[in-house]
Design a protein around this ligand. Sequence first.
Ligand SMILES: [Zn+2]
Length: 340
Amino acid sequence: MSGSSDLDALLEAAREAIARADATQALLEVRASFLGRKGSVSELLRGIGSLPAEERGRVGQAANEAKRTIEGWVAERKEALERSATDDALAAHHLDVTLPGTGSPSGSLHPITQVTREMVSFFASMGFSLEEGPEVETDWNNFEALNIPPDHPSRDEQDTFYLEGGHVLRTHTSNVQIRAMTGRTPPFRFIATGRVYRHDLSPRHSPMFHQIEGFLVDERVTFGDLKGVLLAFGRHLFGDDVSLRFRANHFPFTEPSAELDYSCTLCAGKGCKVCSDSGWVEWGGCGMIHPKVLERCDIDSERYQGFAFGMGIDRTAMRRFNIPHLRHLFEGDLRVLGQL
Ligand SMILES: [Zn+2]
């Protein structure tokens, strides 16, 4: 192997092999096969010793030149491979900043909170202010001061959660009446909302539910005032076509007392599942505050009269949002709540 044609063929083979190398490792192997200790070019250089003296210089020079040429191609190819590897990596992690974001799901107020706020804001517009009371209450504020006698069925352990020290979980928001009226001089009008508790668990009832309570005390207050306020409230919530029905009843803390129904908004009074085919939906209770309750709050019952009413918030929320089951309000299932 001495002719320049051999060297040309070797260079051509190297050029092709280098161009074919598609990764750095493959390129290093190609380089070793030509320039390594056992590579073709090295072999060629080793063979120079057996050449005639006059040819050694020329062939040696050509072989060394070929070696530099191959080194140059390898370096070029190596750089090209590294550049394309960088391009591939960039392409794989390509980030299009013009694409719209996925965003995080936004929360919303619970239907009970929404309805409660709407109710409170209605009464605020009528001059009622918001009062609060505790959920763990004394027997006096929950029963005694409200003229609920010791033998009244609502005091039964079947109905009331009793706690240590004679406390109860309030069975209604009426405890706020006692707290708000005691030590105050009429006229005043208050509204109270919150959780109340009864020993009752069935598909139609929850042991914890929400009530709204309103009461007003002034001179010359009549049942007509109560009806006027409740009718305005009913129309605000259920629309101008709604009718109210007052059914005489008995509560210890009001006299006279009435149960309150509104005309079914689903069937417009014709009768449906929601109103049990009666055309009316039970809403709450109301009446004129019993003089004994006023007296227990140190209010002159000869001079002042008052009315009070209370209703469940949960069922009102069910009607407003068309929620078929009470449990949907309390299970905290975001798939359900997210639709409301
Ligand atoms: Zn109906």
